[in-house]
Design a protein around this ligand. Structure first.
Ligand SMILES: Nc1nc2c(c(=O)[nH]1)N[C@H]1C(S)=C(S)[C@@H](COP(=O)(O)OP(=O)(O)OC[C@H]3O[C@@H](n4cnc5c(=O)[nH]c(N)nc54)[C@H](O)[C@@H]3O)O[C@H]1N2
Ligand SMILES: Nc1nc2c(c(=O)[nH]1)N[C@H]1C(S)=C(S)[C@@H](COP(=O)(O)OP(=O)(O)OC[C@H]3O[C@@H](n4cnc5c(=O)[nH]c(N)nc54)[C@H](O)[C@@H]3O)O[C@H]1N2
Ligand code: SF4
Ligand SMILES: [Mo]
Length: 710
């Protein structure tokens, strides 16, 4: 039996694990107590990953859709890799020749960010195939933050993180650390860090439409906000700071420009004006502003609960300004920048104040390289330059993107769908080719996402070897893509007789005086980096040429009118309007992990509609009722479950369900549930044009009982 130090790549902490390996395979994954940062923390999802790794439903061979499919849907036949590459390359070339440069699209999902070689190489290989229509999980997740940071700091990869290790006050908005383990702050065992804040005598306030699991007597209370109103809440807090409490203007101006623009904008949002739409009293908004200002060191964080609303970019702007004007930006215990082994912000600088261009769907922009994913169906069905081929890498757009049936129907019009995945998913079912990828126990890696995006609270770099050789004919994502490109006659890394997909990371490591060989010789193959230096934020982080924070970025101005329009819309809504919010659980990872039978315990066999019993009573609904949840975008059925943690007027459902047609996932199909994204909007007007962010939380819905025929 040998012991391999490795790490989990399911979510952002990248918890250190020990794999016990014998000749018959990996017998166990357990927390790595020797790891200098994680010290034995890992959650049950990472520890259960062998259920995914050894799942008999895993893809082991390339598959091609069988010809002459019957009405039960497509079925697949095994083919060789060479056949797959030749056929796919030939079809891509033919599509490109016939339909032109916009005909090939790619969608890259969330797990692609967790594999260094894929993260570093996939996009350029896909571009080399002549694909310029790129979509990713980013526009469902965090593009609001990218857009705001690009304007405020000059780089979309610059995100001041809350210094949870030293803070006295933590305002946590739209995040449930106990379940998600946090996003855009990479922290081991986040709940312990939060409890430590309280143990030090500090205060934590969560802002959420639900009393979340993270809120306990050992952490802090929840301010129950009305969904999709966080921007107004934050603007109200900032208004109080700027105009009532007061701030050190000289100190702020030494670090920033355009403060007058900020003052003018925020002057429209006094607490008394915003309080009614947020559902948080004006006095409470003022109190939060005072607590934050008075705390010796205060920090702030928002996450997907805000990003996925309609104004995530403006909200993130307000959040960063709160940190700046209270003197907490770049201060220990405030919000800090963590460059890790390499300050990625430097390399992803803002290029222009006007990135917008005309399209058949109105003016659009790219975030990084990404188009708005809610336009994918429109871009397929349009007459002019339609998308005809889609390459899906490590993603499950059919379930994870907005649109549900509308997206599925558009995708059925495509001439070619190629899915690179570890499972035959709901998206895979629609594919012409499904290509089997390795999982994270089957390739060497570096925790580059954690170390390089500037969000590691306790920075370190870890190397892991492949714990086990790839099973069957599984191949690494980068290699699969490179082989397709090669077959299309493009130059690729494979032209090198000994290609090294970690080459770029090696170069970046060298800038910190590190190398993979050196990491291999260290305990847990881990180099602990120097702790965060708060001065780095202003000294190396900000990427505007003048080194100053932009307090009122031009790029955000086009959101101003909409902020007023949406305020009016929210003000005029009926108080009985139900709002549907997002809900992650400990037993899912977006749409995957649904084939793990041990995660299908009693309450996790279905994805119910959770409702506050008082709202249910008003609608004459009872627990266990079969209901229809509907809005202008679609309708789904669900079982009703009571939940007193929800704010009145708020209902919630988990995404990532809807595996009814996923024949390749036997357990997931048995507990298929429904796809909540059927209710999320698509098409022009459906997303935040500042950021391309999809609107996925705070959706207006109605609920009615489905009469069961007796
Ligand atoms: N309504 C609603 N929708 C949401 C969200 C929400 O909160 N509410 N959350 C959104 C968020 S934050 C995100 S990030 C997106 C996620 O959107 P996606 O990334 O499209 O969805 P995932 O379910 O993460 O799909 C990941 C796929 O990658 C496969 N996979 C896993 N590891 C590998 C690998 O190493 N290689 C390859 N090739 N495949 C692999 C899995 O089997 C799975 O099919 O969903 C979003 N959708
Ligand atoms: N177990 C588990 N862990 C995960 C994932 C998973 O699917 N399962 N997904 C991973 C991924 S891809 C990501 S991006 C991260 C996300 O990590 P987080 O962003 O921390 O996501 P959540 O824990 O879902 O927290 C979102 C919170 O927002 C709240 N919310 C919903 N609408 C609103 C609103 O309008 N305003 C406010 N203030 N709050 C709102 C919800 O109640 C929820 O508590 O989690 C990662 N970790
Ligand atoms: S918290 Fe995330 S990274 Fe850590 S073990 Fe769990 S799933 Fe893996
Ligand atoms: Mo995400």
């Amino acid at each position: 039996m040998t012991k391999v130090h490795t790490f989990c790549r399911l979510c952002e902490p990248a918890c250190a694990l020990i794999a016990e390996v014998s000749e018959s395979g990996i017998s166990e994954l357990r927390p790595d107590k020797e790891h200098p940062v994680h010290k034995g923390f890992a959650c049950h999802k990472g520890l259960s990953f062998l259920d995914v790794h050894y799942d008999p439903d895993r893809l082991d061979y390339p598959l091609r859709k069988a010809k002459g499919k019957n009405s039960d849907g497509p079925d697949f036949v095994r083919i060789s890799w060479d056949e797959a590459f030749q056929e796919i390359a030939g079809k891509l070339q033919a599509i490109q020749e016939r339909y032109g440069p916009s005909a090939i699209a790619a969608y890259t999902g969330n797990p692609a960010s967790y594999t260094t070689a894929t993260y570093q190489k996939a996009s350029s290989i896909i571009s080399s195939m002549g694909c310029r229509m790129k979509f990713s999980a980013g526009t469902q997740d965090c593009s609001a933050k990218f857009a705001a940071s690009e304007g405020i700091y000059g780089s979309l990869m610059f995100h001041p993180i809350p210094d949870l290790l030293h803070t006295d006050y933590f305002l946590s908005i739209g995040s449930n650390p106990m379940v998600s383990h946090m996003s855009f702050v990479h922290v081991s065992d986040p709940m312990e860090k939060l409890k430590d804040i309280r143990r030090r005598g500090g205060t934590i306030r969560f802002v959420n439409p639900r009393i979340i699991e993270s809120s306990t007597p050992e952490t802090g209370d929840v301010l129950l906000i009305r969904p999709d109103t966080d921007f107004y809440f934050l603007a109200g807090v900032l208004h109080e700071m700027l105009f009532e409490i007061g701030f050190d203007r000289a100190a702020v101006e030494a670090r920033s420009r355009n403060i007058d623009g900020l003052l003018k904008f925020v002057s429209a949002y006094p607490p008394d004006r915003v309080a009614p739409v947020t559902g948080i009293g004006a006095d409470t908004i003022r109190q939060v502003a005072k607590e934050f200002t008075d705390a010796p060191r205060a920090s702030i964080h928002m996450s997907t609960g805000v990003n996925m609303g309609r104004q995530g970019a403006l909200a993130y702007w307000m959040l960063n300004m709160i940190s700046l004007v209270t003197g907490n930006l770049g201060r220990q215990g405030g919000n800090v920048y963590s460059p890790g082994f390499f300050p990625m912000a430097k390399f992803i600088r803002k290029k222009t104040d006007n990135p917008y261009f005309d399209s058949p769907h109105g003016e659009i922009r790219l975030i990084g390289q990404d188009l708005p994913a809610t336009l994918l169906p429109d871009m397929i069905v349009r007459d002019e330059d339609p998308i005809r081929a889609l390459i899906v890498l490590a993603g499950n757009p059919v379930l994870s993107l907005a649109g549900g049936d509308r997206l599925r129907e558009a995708m059925m019009q495509l001439d070619l769908i190629v899915v690179i995945d570890i499972f035959r998913t709901a998206t895979g079912e629609m594919a012409d080719y499904i290509l089997p990828a390795t999982d994270w126990l089957e390739h060497e890696d570096i925790n580059s996402l954690q170390a390089a995006v500037g969000a590691a609270l306790e920075p370190y770099v870890q190397y892991t070897p492949a714990v086990e050789a790839p099973k069957g004919e599984r191949r690494d994502d980068w290699w699969i893509l490179a082989r397709i490109a090669q077959e299309m006659g493009k130059p690729t890394m494979l032209d090198d007789p000994d290609p090294n997909p970690l080459e770029k990371i090696e170069k970046l490591l060298a800038e910190s005086g590190l190398s993979i060989n050196q990491l291999k010789s260290l305990p847990c193959q881990t180099a602990v980096l120097p702790p965060i230096n708060p001065d780095d934020l202003f000294e190396i982080g900000i990427q505007h040429p003048d080194g100053l924070v932009d307090c009122c970025p031009v790029i955000l101005h086009r959101g101003f009118e909409r902020a007023e329009a949406l305020l009016g819309e929210l003000q005029s809504e009926s108080p009985d309007q139900l709002k549907l919010i997002t809900r992650r659980t400990n037993y899912m990872m977006n749409s995957w992990l649904h084939n793990v039978s041990r995660f299908k315990g009693s309450v996790h066999q279905i994805n119910p509609l959770w409702i506050n019993p008082e709202d249910a009573a008003k609608l004459d609904l009872y627990e266990g009722d079969r209901v229809e949840v509907y809005n202008e975008n679609g309708a789904i059925d669900a079982d009703l479950v009571f939940d007193t943690t929800l704010r009145r007027g708020v209902v919630s459902m988990s995404h990532g369900w809807g595996h009814r047609g996923a024949k390749g996932l036997r357990i997931a199909q048995k507990h298929h549930g429904v796809n909540v994204n059927q209710l999320a909007p698509t098409g022009p007007g459906s997303y935040d044009t500042l950021s391309n962010q999809t609107h996925m939380t705070g959706l207006n819905v109605s609920v009615r009982r489905l009469e069961i025929e007796s």
